[in-house]
Design a protein around this ligand. Sequence first.
Ligand code: CP
Ligand code: NVA
Length: 315
Amino acid sequence: MVTDLVSLADLTGDEILELLELADVLKRIQKEGRPHPFLAGQSLAMIFEKPSLRTRVTFEVGMLQLGGHAVLLETRLGERESVPDVARNLDRWVDGIMARTFSHEVVTQLAEHSAIPVINALTDKLHPCQILADAQALREHKGDFVNLKLAFVGDGNNVCASWFHFAARIPLNVTLVCPPGYEVETDVLERAQRDAQGEVNVTHDLAEGLKDADAVYTDVWASMGQEEEQTTRKKTFMPYQVNAKTMKLAKKDAVFMHCLPAKRGLEVTNSVVDSPRSIVFDQAENRLHAKKAVLTRLMERDKEGLCPKKRARNT
Ligand code: CP
Ligand code: NVA
C-alpha cells in the first residue's frame, strides 16, 4: 500500500484510478456544498523552495475544506539543519508534509525519515500531483484513457516525466515531441516502454508526434531553476511552439493542455491557450480536487488514530 506520493511510478494502476475516482467524488461533494471533514483536526506542513500559485492555494484550501489546516514554510531545506532532522521534527507536530523542492532527493529523504505521509509537490524530476489533476480533466473531456493519445510538445521535463510514469500504469498513449537533446530521461522512457499497455515514444518530428493526438500538452521551455538557459532554449524550442498551425497537426477535436503558468508567445500562443479547445483552467481547477483525494487517501486515520505510514511501520 502506498504511504507517500513521491512518484506515480510507486503506485499501481488501480491505486491511480482509485485516486481519480475519489477526486471525482470530492469534486461532486464540493459542488453540492456538502461538508466533507475527512481530515478534521489534522495539519499539513507545506514546504516551498520555489514559487507557486496553484499548488500553494489548492493545498491550503484543500486542507481547510477537509476540516484540517496547513502551515506554510518558505525555506530551502538542508541549509539550516539536515533534511532528516527536519523530517523527524515535523512528524512530531503535523500529520502530513508536502514539499516543492529543487532536488528530488530532498523529497525522497523527507519520505524516508518521517513517520507521516509525504507528498511531492514538484521537484526537478517529477510533478505527480499535476498529472493526477490533468488526467481527471482529460477524462472529463475525452472519456476513458484507452486509445487516447497525448502529445507532449516541448521539454522532456518534470511534468513530462510524470506523464510517462502515468502511461506506464494506465493504458494511455503518450508521445514526447521535442528538440534533440531535450528528451525525457532514459530510465523514465525505458520503464514506460517496458510497462506501458499503450504506446509510449519520443520523436523530434512535429507532424509525426501530433498525428492522431487527442490532447496536445505543453509546458514552459525553461523550468524553475533553469532561468539562465531561457535565451538559448528560446531559439531551440521556437519550432516547437504550440500555435494554430501546430494544433492543425492533431485531431480536429484535440484539446489543448498546459500545467500553467504559461509563457504566452513562447511555448503557446494566445490564440491556442484562449481558444475553446483549451482546457487549462479545468486542469487548474482539478488541482484542488485531485489533491484533496491524495490528502484524504494518505492522511485519513484508522481506528487507532494511525495514518497509513505509521500503520505500515507498526506492522
Ligand atoms: N502547475 C503548477 O504547479 O502551478 P504552480 O507552480 O503555480 O503551483
Ligand atoms: N516544468 C515547470 C512546471 C511548473 C508548474 C517547472 O518546473 O518550472
